[in-house]
Design a protein around this ligand. Structure first.
Ligand code: SF4
Ligand code: SF4
Length: 166
């Protein structure tokens, strides 16, 4: 996968894919869950996260209290010291997030705290969240940054528009 090329294509398609995702606010194909699961399987035959790491470079996960306890213990730090060194509270959402990007735990494009990483990282890019249409705003935010989400949404658009009056 050529990351630069994929992100360039994703940026070009961003507007039309956003418009497609927005439609899930009003119309939901009856077998959407099955379609997404099928298309998502195909995505992971093409996309390899180990040669990407764009999420860790360009987005921050949300850290829960449990994440902070687990990661700080792993690093032999107190939760308070961990927070002070690495995290901040986002003014508009109140979420606890990374203070800087790329994530400081990204080393040579690999997560150096993989076993204890935040749940948000472990679940990213959230393609298996259900109902899928409840997360369309998340996918709108990620579709031009995550090659896996880009491939999924592009393929969903093609398939759903061919199979439904969408
Ligand atoms: S904690 Fe690990 S997986 Fe999560 S953003 Fe940082 S480097 Fe990436
Ligand atoms: S989840 Fe998406 S952005 Fe993150 S490494 Fe995998 S393909 Fe890249």
């Amino acid at each position: 996968m050529d990351l630069e090329q994929v992100l360039e294509a994703a940026n070009k398609d961003r507007k039309k894919l956003t418009k497609f995702l927005k439609k899930f606010d009003d119309i939901i194909p009856p077998d959407l869950g099955e379609i997404v699961a099928e298309e998502d399987q195909k995505v992971w035959q093409q996309v390899d996260c180990t040669v990407c790491a764009n999420c860790c470079k360009t987005m921050t996960p949300i850290f829960t209290e449990e994440d902070i306890k687990r990661i700080s213990a792993h690093l032999n730090m107190s939760p308070e010291a961990f927070f002070d060194q690495y995290l901040e509270v986002e003014a508009d959402t109140g979420s606890t997030v990374n203070r800087i990007l790329p994530c400081v735990f990204l080393k040579d494009d690999k997560c150096s705290i993989y076993e204890v990483r935040p749940i948000d990282c472990a679940e990213f890019p959230h393609h298996d969240k259900r109902p899928f249409d409840d997360y369309n705003d998340t996918f709108i935010q990620n579709v031009f940054r995550c090659p896996a989400t880009y491939e999924l949404v592009k393929n969903l658009k093609e398939r759903i528009e061919a199979e439904y009056d969408f």
